[in-house]
Design a protein around this ligand. Structure first.
Ligand SMILES: *Cc1c(COP(=O)(O)O)cnc(C)c1O
Length: 362
């Protein structure tokens, strides 16, 4: 095994580059709970500008950003509609219920893509037995949909329908910039259909910490209150915001390299017997494939990859997810393909290895 693994577990594993570290070292800071941190203010203004929104709020994580948005849009006893594989529904501990008393109507899409006709008819009538439908959340790109870019006309149609019916709209855009680079559609065009948009700096953009929630000024002022009670009021946060500013200015265009690497990885996986892309289409930086049951479970297969210095994650009983990012090179992709082919060959010859505890994932 080499010292440095080829780490495809997530696009969150990137470490700050030297120039990003220099920006962090030189950051001018203040106390952001007093709104005194010039670097945080600069990041918030730059994010609002890129997304074409009045204001933005820097928060420690994408989870806090989504949950703060839900708290702003909904009251206890309200319901939000989202896709069944979405991060909000699966990977945030049901925060909408724990923190905001909100129920969810989860609808199954096609690898994360909902159609308008699936949502029409889901708005609850005004009746005291029922929760009140208040919010529609979409995810772009879609994580469990293998980085699928939402088709633009669908986003347009679903949001127009939501607003006609006086529902609020929120975009979980943890990987929105991947969608921007993959389609050439500017972030503000994606964002204009939504009341609020969350973006992450610590995924593909490669910053160490943080996300932002963008939207109308009055809503972001309320979001600031909620951020405080959720524990997200940070002091000299300019230290980390400086990394996010650097990422926003320098690491968006290069996402195209991650997309190329993901396509290379997918092309290789297609040629390996016993592995099958789910879905076959790779739009951005995430590749999900199914492992033949004859090879054991995804965790068992994954454990063999890990021994050989290729790190991916089990994403379901038979599913493995691989993300490309700033710290994955073309050479890492080649190495991953060699190890995948070797491992598939090993299992074809030797059958199932001993059981290994299933990995959970985010
Ligand atoms: C990673 C991610 C988030 C937020 O994650 P944090 O780890 O809380 O920053 C939200 N939505 C999606 C789709 C994600 O992939």
């Amino acid at each position: 095994m080499r010292d440095r693994p080829a780490d495809f577990r997530s696009d969150t594993v990137t470490r700050p580059t030297q120039p990003m570290r220099a920006a962090i070292a030189n950051a001018v800071v203040g106390d952001d709970v007093f709104s005194d941190d010039p670097t945080v203010i600069e990041l918030q203004e730059a994010t609002a500008e890129v997304l074409g929104k009045e204001a933005a709020l820097y928060v420690p994580s994408g989870t806090m950003s989504n949950q703060t948005a839900i708290r702003c849009h909904c009251r206890p006893g309200d319901e939000l509609i989202c896709e069944v594989g979405s991060h909000i529904y699966n990977y945030e501990q049901g925060g909408y219920a724990q923190l905001s008393g909100v129920a969810v109507r989860a609808v199954e899409g096609d690898f994360g893509v909902l159609r308008l006709d699936q949502l029409q008819g889901l708005i609850r009538p005004d009746n005291e037995h029922l929760v009140q439908t208040r919010l529609v959340c979409l995810e772009n790109t879609h994580n469990r949909g293998a980085g699928r870019v939402q088709p633009y006309p669908i986003v347009e149609a679903i949001c127009a329908w939501a607003h006609e019916n006086r529902l609020a709209t929120h975009l979980d855009g943890a990987r929105l910039f991947n969608a921007v680079v993959a389609t050439g559609i500017p972030a503000r065009d994606w964002a204009k259909h939504f009341d609020t948009v969350s973006v992450c700096f610590s995924k593909g953009l490669g910053a160490p910490v943080g996300s932002a929630l963008a939207g109308p000024k009055d809503l972001i002022a309320r979001a600031r209150r909620h951020r405080k009670v959720f524990g997200g009021g940070m002091r000299q946060a300019g230290i980390i915001a400086a990394g996010a500013i650097y990422a926003l200015r320098n690491h968006v265009e290069r996402l195209a390299d991650d997309h190329k690497n993901a396509k290379r990885l997918a092309d290789g996986v297609r040629k390996i017997d016993g592995l099958c892309l789910r879905p076959d289409q790779v739009d951005t930086n995430i590749v999900i494939f199914e492992v033949d049951r004859g090879f054991g479970s995804a965790s068992q297969f994954n454990a063999r990859l890990e021994e050989k210095g290729v790190w991916m994650i089990a994403f379901g009983p038979q599913l493995i997810r691989a993300c490309t990012h700033l710290d994955v090179s073309e050479r890492d992709v080649e190495r991953a393909l060699e190890v995948l082919a070797e491992t598939a060959g090993h299992f074809s010859r030797h059958g199932k290895p001993a059981a290994i505890k299933d990995q959970a994932y985010v």
